[in-house]
Write a protein that binds this ligand. Sequence first.
Ligand code: F6R
Length: 368
Amino acid sequence: EKDGHDWFMRKEIFEQPRAVADSLIGRRTARGQLQLDEMRLADEEIRELDKIIIIACGTSFYAGMVAKYAIEHWTRTPVEVELASEFRYRDPIVDNTTLVVAISQSGETADTLQAIRHAREQRAKVLAICNTNGSSIPRESDAVIYTHAGPEIGVASTKGFLTQLVACYLLALYIAQVKGTRFGDEIDEIMEQLEEIPAHIDTVLADADQVYELAREHVSTSSVLFLGRHAGYPVALEGALKLKELAYIHAEGFAAGELKHGPIALIDEGLPVLCVVPPKGRDQLHGKMLSGIQEVRARGARTICLAEEGDTSIEPYADVLLRLPKVPVLLQPLVAIIPLQLFACELATALGHDVDQPRNLAKSVTVE
Ligand code: F6R
């Protein structure tokens, strides 16, 4: 049942090329139009949207953070991302031109469910991104995009996260198409880039041994920091969460630009810092990340860098270099998270922990 893997989690990590491919099947019509069958929101309603609020918990919340970058860039619609447990106890500004997007693998998370009830009472439209057919959250939503990860058994979300990202990109492109933004014309091109992702994930998985070796070198580490920028920032947060929940090691993710506002004080001789390096695009992102890496290294950090193939500028500053395939910056989370999942899984295994059932955690959190 685990396909020869020691843990369900590891099996699910290796299933991700398939899960991503399945989540993309049947979304394009012959005429090059994007279709989302479970959308159930009229084009008119989508055109009237003036705000999107994404609510979720944990890993699903980090998928929502990535979604913000894509939705705002492609659709020019303002997006807020909020933890469900915070949203529901606020007095949020929501009306019938607000789309609330609830992201939940299980569809049963109590905080997220309560949050969508709270939103609907104020006439917001609710769209669920969910992996579990017929669960409570999609049942109580106006529309739903189902992810096709298949059942996720490991308590730590992996393929659930990747397929949530895919659903978010699809939603963003769909809104761009309906609203007719300039990215509406690039849907075909972006869909093609998405369709190449499963093969890219295979490439990353083929280097798993390098990550495993690295993980085993860190069994006596008491703290690991994760740095990212832009769409790589939520990846850093998710990488840190995976390590906390599986290896029970202190881990924190930061936006690299925030370093000098406090976190850099944590840097000490030998502290491992995992850095998600953005692709070398035309903007300044890559250069800014590089200077952040130089700063932590100058203070003694051991820099473990995830950087795209062919990026030689990173070499002088990386104590360890893990290569990622070349993909656009907005899609990079789909490949960059893989080594971080493998790292946490292997480190926890080396420490003798039960990876599929970490202490104190439950697969669906149906209590507040
Ligand atoms: C972390 C993890 C949790 C869940 C969170 C939300 O690996 O699995 O943080 O992401 O409990 O769960 P869902 O997506 O089922 O609402």
